[in-house]
Design a protein around this ligand. Structure first.
Ligand SMILES: [Zn+2]
Length: 327
């Protein structure tokens, strides 16, 4: 049984990779030769309409069942995310049933129709099946959600700091009002280039993603990113190319930057001493966006580095390792 599953997995991976290569080639060939409009099925339809007098292609041909989908990785930890791709003539009209309950928002990355799907850190572990439908074709893609193995962290912190930040209603309201809405932004093209960069040189990881955090004996929060302890004044790099959506001081998170990398993927940088970028600015991977500090809810110099897909925090280590987005 296990062997059979492995064989099927291997076959799906190979098929997926082949289809991506073939799909990207098909799409770029078709676009450069002007055979189809860039994205719009309506435009493509009007083109075939104009050509119908001299062409043998039937106008009413239903291509919605002509697609192939694949996803990575097939085993994902709680707090991870998935890349779903679909190629073929019916790629733009497929419907997806996401068993993890998150909205599926499609865009393009390197010429391939792509959606990024977060897996909540509270998702039940176990096996799930994605169902992709188009025309009379139904494709099912299995995934397994594994335990995130989140550590518990107990901190003792001066209550004057917690009262003015973590436990302050106004500080939390400010974050929800200013920063939270940014997570919903969606750009339909992937803007990242290659594997994501660690945003600071040197230092060490002082708190892991998803840690279950107790402060002064009470449960305080789940830690939405990873903390990189490093000297104040260390340059903070844009982990990848994209557009700055947010760059301002917040009581809870100090000097805060959010960069959109497209397809609903964003990286977040907290507690900086200085901000070197402004909202709306395009940045390249490796550009300095600010300097490490200890502003907001922080007891010492460090960079809090986070990532969101849609409205959920995901493990930024997945970006740095290239596990889900190898290119
Ligand atoms: Zn942190």
């Amino acid at each position: 049984m296990r062997f059979k599953r492995l064989l099927i997995t291997a076959a799906l991976c190979l098929t997926g990779m082949f289809l991506i290569v073939r799909g990207a080639q098909f799409l770029s060939d078709a676009r450069s030769s002007g055979e189809i409009a860039p994205t719009s099925a309506v435009q493509a339809g009007s083109l075939s309409g104009e050509e119908s007098a001299s062409s043998a292609v039937p106008m009413e041909e239903d291509v919605s069942g002509r697609f192939d989908a694949a996803l990575w990785p097939e085993t994902v930890k709680q707090g991870g995310f998935i890349r779903l791709v679909v190629v073929g003539e019916g790629a733009e009209t497929v419907e997806v049933e996401n068993p993890l309950g998150q909205e599926v928002r499609w865009g393009w990355h390197r010429g391939v129709r792509t959606a990024l799907l977060p897996v909540s850190w509270t998702a039940e572990t176990g096996d799930y099946v994605f169902t992709i439908r188009g025309g009379n074709r139904v494709q099912q893609l299995p995934i397994t959600v594994a335990d995130g193995e989140f550590p518990v962290q107990e901190l003792t912190i001066d209550t004057s700091l917690t009262q003015s930040t973590l436990n302050s209603d106004s500080a939390n309201a400010e974050y929800m009002e200013r920063a939270q809405p940014v997570k919903s932004e969606f750009t339909g093209n992937g803007l990242w280039k290659g594997i994501f960069l660690r945003p600071v040189d040197g230092g060490w990881r002082s708190t892991e993603f998803g840690s279950i955090r107790y402060v002064n004996g009470s449960f305080a929060e789940r830690h939405g990113g990873e903390d990189l302890a490093v000297a104040a004044g260390t340059p903070v790099y844009a982990s990848n190319s994209g557009r700055v959506l947010f760059a301002e001081y917040l009581t809870l998170t100090g000097n805060t930057v959010c960069i959109s990398h497209g397809l609903g993927l964003k990286t977040w940088y907290y507690h900086m001493n200085e901000l070197w970028v402004q909202p709306g600015q395009d940045v390249n991977k490796g550009d300095v966006i600010g300097l490490v500090g200890s502003t907001g809810f922080s007891t010492g110099a460090h960079l809090h580095f986070g990532a969101t897909v849609g409205t959920l925090w995901v493990d930024p280590e997945l970006l740095l390792s290239g596990t889900v987005l190898p290119e």
